[in-house]
Design a protein around this ligand. Structure first.
Ligand code: SF4
Ligand code: SF4
Length: 281
C-alpha cells in the first residue's frame, strides 16, 4: 500500500501527519517512509534516521560536438524548454532549463549531440527506529526535480506500508510524487487559504485518478467550510487533529506528534486502515 501525504498549501503540518502515521503504523506493519519533498526534505528531523547509504542521481543532458555541427538550429527549434540557442558559429546550452527529453540528440541531422551525465541530487537511506527511511535531496542550483522524485519512488519496497511525504502545492514535483499512489491524504487547515489550496489539490488527485481523503490539522472547531467542501465533492473527511500549543512548541524542537500525544496512536492506526479500505488495492 502506497499512501501519499500532500497538501495544497505549505505549513499545514503535512510532515507532522506523515511522520506520525509512520511511527504509529510501524507497530503493525513493515513501514517505509519516503521523503519526496526533495527541495526541502524535513521528515528526518522528526524520525532521526541513521543514514547508511547515499547514491548519486544523474540525468542525461546534451553534449554538443561543435566540430560536427553546422549551426543549422534544428536542435534549438525542437527544444520545447528553450534550453538551446543556436547562433552563427556556436550553440548555447542552458542546463537549468533542460528536461533531459533527448529530442535534440534524436533530431540533430549531423549527429553532433551525444548524451552526458549530470548529477541532480542524491538519495540517502537508512533506518529510523525500525522504519525504512529514504529521502531525496536536490542539488543546489538544480531546477528540475521530477527525475529525482522518481528515483526516490523507485526505491519503494513491495509489500511494505509506504508513506510518501510530498512537497506542498500542485506543481510538477507534487504530481510526480502522487501519481501511482494507492491513496492520497490531503492535509489542510480551516482557513480561506487552506480551503482554496485544498480545492486545487483535490482537482489534481481527480485528474491523476488517485482516491483521496481530507485531514484537517490544527482544527479550532470552526471547520464548516472544509466540511461543506468535502460533502459537496464527495471526498471523505478522514480525521481532525485539534490545535494544540504543546504540539506547536514541540514541533519547533523537532519532536514528532506521537512523542507529545502518544494517546493518538490508535487514531492514527485507524486512519491508516481507513485509507487502506478506500485505496486502490
Ligand atoms: S541540430 Fe545539430 S547540427 Fe544543427 S545546430 Fe544543433 S547541434 Fe548543430
Ligand atoms: S534534451 Fe530535451 S530539453 Fe534538453 S536541451 Fe535537448 S531537447 Fe531541450
Amino acid at each position: 500500500m502506497f499512501i501519499a501525504v500532500a497538501s495544497g498549501k505549505g505549513g499545514t503540518g503535512k510532515t507532522t501527519i506523515a511522520t506520525s502515521l509512520a511511527l504509529a503504523v510501524k507497530e503493525k506493519y513493515e513501514v517505509q517512509y519516503i521523503d519526496c519533498d526533495v527541495e526541502e526534505p524535513n521528515g528526518h528531523i522528526f524520525l532521526k534516521p541513521e543514514f547508511t547509504y547515499k547514491e548519486s542521481v544523474t540525468v542525461q543532458i546534451p553534449w554538443i560536438n561543435l566540430s560536427m555541427c553546422d549551426f543549422c538550429g534544428r536542435c534549438a527549434e525542437i527544444c520545447a524548454f528553450h534550453a538551446l540557442v543556436a547562433l552563427p558559429g556556436n550553440v548555447l546550452f542552458f542546463t537549468e532549463l533542460c528536461h533531459s527529453c533527448g529530442g535534440c540528440m534524436y533530431f540533430c541531422p549531423k549527429k553532433a549531440i551525444s548524451p552526458a551525465e549530470q548529477e541532480i541530487g542524491w538519495i540517502e537511506g537508512g533506518l529510523a527506529d525500525g522504519i525504512d527511511f529514504i529521502q531525496g535531496r536536490l542539488k543546489i542550483g538544480v531546477a528540475v526535480s521530477p527525475p529525482l522524485i522518481q528515483a526516490v519512488k523507485n526505491k519503494r519496497l513491495s509489500g511494505a506500508a509506504v508513506i510518501a511525504d510530498v512537497s506542498p502545492g500542485t506543481s510538477c514535483p507534487v504530481i510526480k510524487a502522487v501519481e501511482g499512489a494507492d491513496f492520497c491524504i490531503l492535509v489542510t487547515e480551516s482557513t480561506p487559504f487552506g480551503l482554496h489550496d485544498l480545492e486545487l489539490a483535490f482537482g489534481m488527485i481527480q485528474k491523476l485518478k488517485v482516491p483521496g481523503g481530507v485531514v484537517i490539522n490544527r482544527s479550532d472547531g470552526k471547520d464548516e467550510d472544509v466540511e461543506r467542501f468535502c460533502k459537496e465533492k464527495g471526498i471523505p473527511l478522514l480525521m481532525k487533529f485539534p490545535f494544540s500549543r504543546d504540539i506547536a512548541v514541540n514541533y519547533a524542537k523537532g519532536l514528532p506528534l506521537l512523542a507529545i500525544k502518544p494517546q493518538w496512536k490508535e487514531k492514527l492506526i485507524a486512519l491508516w486502515e481507513k485509507c487502506e479500505r478506500m485505496g486502490r488495492n
